[in-house]
Design a protein around this ligand. Structure first.
Ligand code: GLN
Length: 314
């Protein structure tokens, strides 16, 4: 690990270099509210398990987490269901776009993994059965993990996604026809769109995911007791799934370039876990063709090259 005092200078360098890439990607527009975001924003935040935090650029600006929430809903479902979860969703990379429908038909309505849309919809279905108010349950967990009581979901973004969620709705009905959906698709889609509209800054996201770098133990900054949020074995498994499935059909490319468990979202955020070290959250809204942040991926690639993070973890 580089000396703590080197990290701010490194982040400043990476931020400057990455800024040359503005204009190479495109902001997501299939959810109309996301298209209104100023594309020229870019933040990086690091949180380490020994209590350091470093940030640069727009690291304190809240953004739409979108698919990054799939990581948190998956963890909640795993805590509740344990291995029974795997009867309803797989754990293989899909090699297909995050919103692809094609595999669902040949694979009898069982999605490949919990991080593509179909798999995340099954997870949200599971949580819809468990919680009368899933949005409160999820926000409660996130507020505690991030030590941020003010976290919320954006009703305008949720509405915008809900009004245009035809493809996700089609997948939900298809899975229902295969008996892999317990609740009404409309109710699950309401929850799913609220979940995706959750907003956090890079600094908050790095803090909220720190338990994944710390064998499942959440380190509180606000005076609350630390909590074993997830068991060490489950944490290792979540990280394995993030490495293999966290970047949709670019998971192999991300593993090659970055080599860390990651979760990406079409809001332009990416969070990366460096086991036993800390977490890195990056955000820049312009996306590549696979729906991943152009500047974000570049920044993570540069960071691991400079620090050696991840080279000894796997
Ligand atoms: N809410 C988005 C969707 O369902 C999330 C996709 C993403 O971030 N990749 O399409």
């Amino acid at each position: 690990m580089p000396k703590p005092h080197d990290l701010p200078a490194l982040l400043a360098d990476i931020h400057r270099e990455a800024s040359d890439l503005f204009g190479q990607g495109r902001v997501a527009s299939y959810i109309p509210a996301l298209a209104e975001v100023n594309p020229h924003q870019f933040g990086i935040a690091i949180a380490t398990i020994d209590g350091q935090t470093h940030s640069v650029g727009d690291a304190h600006t809240p953004f739409s987490l979108q698919s990054i929430t799939k990581l948190f809903t998956f963890v909640l479902a795993l805590k509740l269901e344990g291995d029974a979860l795997w009867q309803r969703v797989g754990r293989e990379p899909s090699g297909a776009a995050f919103n692809s429908i094609v595999q669902l038909e040949t694979e009898n309505g069982v999605p490949r993994n919990p991080f593509i849309n179909a798999g995340a919809l099954v997870i949200t279905d599971i949580l819809t059965t468990r919680y009368a108010h899933l949005d409160y349950a999820l926000l409660g967990a996130l507020r505690r993990l991030a030590d941020e009581p003010g976290l919320h979901w954006n009703p305008r973004v949720a509405r915008s996604e809900r009004d245009t969620a035809h493809r996700n709705m089609a997948m939900a009905y298809f899975m229902k026809s295969h008996g892999n959906f317990r609740n009404e698709p409309e109710a699950v889609l309401d929850n799913y769109c609220r979940q995706c509209a959750t907003e956090m800054s890079c600094a908050q996201l790095a803090q909220a995911t720190l338990f994944l770098a710390n064998n499942g133990r959440d380190l509180s900054r606000s005076g609350q007791p630390d909590e074993q949020f997830l068991g060490p074995d489950e944490t290792r498994r979540v990280n394995a799934l993030l490495l293999t499935c966290g970047a949709y059909d670019a998971a192999g490319d991300f593993a090659y370039r970055i080599g860390l468990p990651v979760k990406t979202g079409v809001g332009g955020g990416i969070v990366a876990v460096v086991p036993e070290v800390g977490t890195v959250a990056v955000w820049a809204p312009e996306l590549d063709a696979k729906g991943n942040s152009v500047l974000g991926a570049f920044a993570l690639e540069r960071l691991v090259a400079a620090t050696g993070w991840g080279h000894t973890s796997f």
